[in-house]
Design a protein around this ligand. Structure first.
Ligand code: CUA
Length: 287
């Protein structure tokens, strides 16, 4: 519309006022300075922009207002290279890469990062926001339908950026409460001989132990560098939503994390096949 008005005006001026062969070669009257015109095109835009800015500024403050937290489920999300730490301050549940939320309830995410900038993005639930070290950002989500919604880090954060994914599992409030209870009372003691061996290795591997970095609810393992593994066998995916959570994939991950996920910060511990079997047996029993 603006383009059409401008183009048509230019064309009219060009054709209407061009020099004709009948014109004698005299300069047209020379006009310089017109106070009334200057005043109109200075004051006009000032008034117009001032009026427009009133609504804009009001709306900006409304958008920046913090949603009353009493009405929303609180979840703290911390970005790490290259996974997501998820904490529910009210219940004390800690998990990773799988955000459980009740359907039909507003969820307030408080987001920060421990290393570099990340960005949380769940396209189907809307909203995308940066996770910035030393700062807390807020995002409100609400799922109206149960289901699994894919999420992705949307800010380049290093080699593993494209593999920094997560899932939002939206479920009925009753199911969400069951999940919370399961997380608070995890089944984390080994029950078979092989799993017992894995449990032992988890805390006592020579050189580097798994428990230096990972925590498991209901055990003495309290490492907080890597993802919390409580309830691991119930998760849909492993390695920040890269592989389906199967014993084979877990074994592949333990064998060589970087081969599964380039840039992964979990070291390759050069585990022997029998150590991997024992660790998988234990990890796969975590409910
Ligand atoms: Cu985290 Cu990109």
């Amino acid at each position: 519309m603006v383009l059409a008005v401008v183009l048509i005006s230019i064309l009219i001026v060009v054709f209407r006022f061009r020099a004709k062969s009948s014109d004698d070669n005299v300069l047209p009257p020379q006009i310089e300075g017109n106070n009334r015109l200057e005043l109109v095109w200075t004051v006009g835009p000032v008034v117009l922009l001032t009026l427009l800015s009133v609504g804009l500024i009001k709306q900006s403050f409304a958008l920046g207002k913090v949603y009353p937290s009493t009405k929303a489920l609180q979840v703290d999300v911390t970005g790490h290279q290259f996974w997501w730490q998820i904490q529910y301050p009210e219940s004390g549940v800690v998990t990773a890469n799988e955000l459980h939320i009740p359907v039909g309830q507003k969820v307030e995410l408080q987001l920060t990062s421990t290393d570099v900038m990340h960005a949380l993005w769940v396209p189907r639930l809307g909203g995308k926001i940066d996770l910035v070290p030393g700062r807390t950002n807020y995002l409100w989500l609400e799922a109206s339908q149960p289901g699994v919604y894919q999420g992705q880090c949307a800010e380049y954060c290093g080699t593993g950026h494209a593999f920094m994914r997560f899932e939002v599992v939206a479920e009925s409030p009753a199911r969400f409460n069951e999940w919370t209870q399961a997380m608070l009372h995890p089944q984390s003691q080994p029950t078979t001989a092989l799993a017992r061996q894995g449990y032992y290795l988890f805390g006592h591997l020579p050189n580097l132990t798994c428990s230096n970095c990972h925590a498991i609810g209901g055990t003495p393992f309290k490492g907080a560098v890597g993802p919390n593994l409580t309830d691991l066998s119930d998760r849909l995916m492993i390695a920040a939503n890269i592989l389906p959570n199967t014993p084979q994939n877990l074994a592949a991950w333990l064998h060589n994390p970087q081969a599964v996920k380039p840039g992964a910060l979990m070291p390759n511990l050069h585990l022997k096949p029998d150590q991997i079997r024992a660790l998988v047996a234990y990890l796969d029993s975590l409910k």
